[in-house]
Ligand binder design. Sequence first.
Ligand SMILES: [Zn+2]
Length: 295
Amino acid sequence: MTEPVYRGRFAPSPTGPLHFGSLVTALASYLEARHHGGQWLVRIEDLDPLRDSRRAATLICDSLRAHGLMSDEPIRFQSQRHHTYETAIAHLFEARRAYRCHCSRKQLEENGGHHPQLCRERSLPADGRPHAIRFALQEQTARWHDDLLGAQVQRLRAELDDPVIRRKEGFYAYQLAVVVDDIDQRITHVVRGSDLLPVTAHQQQICLALGHTPPNWLHIPVIRNRQGQKLSKQTHAPALDDARPERNLWQALAALNQSPPASLQTASAARILAWAGDHWRRNRVHPEPGTHQLR
Ligand SMILES: [Zn+2]
């Protein structure tokens, strides 16, 4: 069996129900996968038991289904994958790319919010005290090509702190889990919101340190409300109305600048997705953030 050339995914954190901004991202990643004749997976990134809820995860899955966005494989839940993240951390320790960090919030604040290099240089053994685990970035410039935004350059240690990969509370961090699962699920293309652009260099480095080739990235502009805030739970973005998937999908296509015909507004969700799959042009997506008029 030959490997598919395109495997994409949509990987929300279940902090609340899907809102219009997350639908736009889900739809863009779905259409990119369909356009390339590839597969599209859904993964629930429920790593933080203090923040994530099972109910929100259920609502997200229901909402995707209502909009016809069906995962080609069973939906994966990161809360069931802790052993894999532990193995990855052991591998990073062996490769001398992970270290224990005992820094308190206060110490970080005193250092201008940046992580001092002390922990990294000391490379402390486990001594029973609570500690975070950080990934050691290499001193180099990260470069990658974004499929929408073009050439990207990020200076690593000068601009970015070594990311936490396991938190002091013992939770695995997003930065690690997202890379481990993208590797494990053989994801070739990541389409996600541009709010994650700044952490791409971290993920590129972690992926390389784990011995794998990073995926292609495409960052689409996040949708903002009239106040200019990113639509999110924190900015009180309303939940999608699952009873009106046609309207939501049509508006999401318009937000992605795909110019859906007005006649499609009364079509079924399946028909809108079929039209969108045939007419998807990622280069039409405007790289600047879009504004969504909240109703
Ligand atoms: Zn530290």
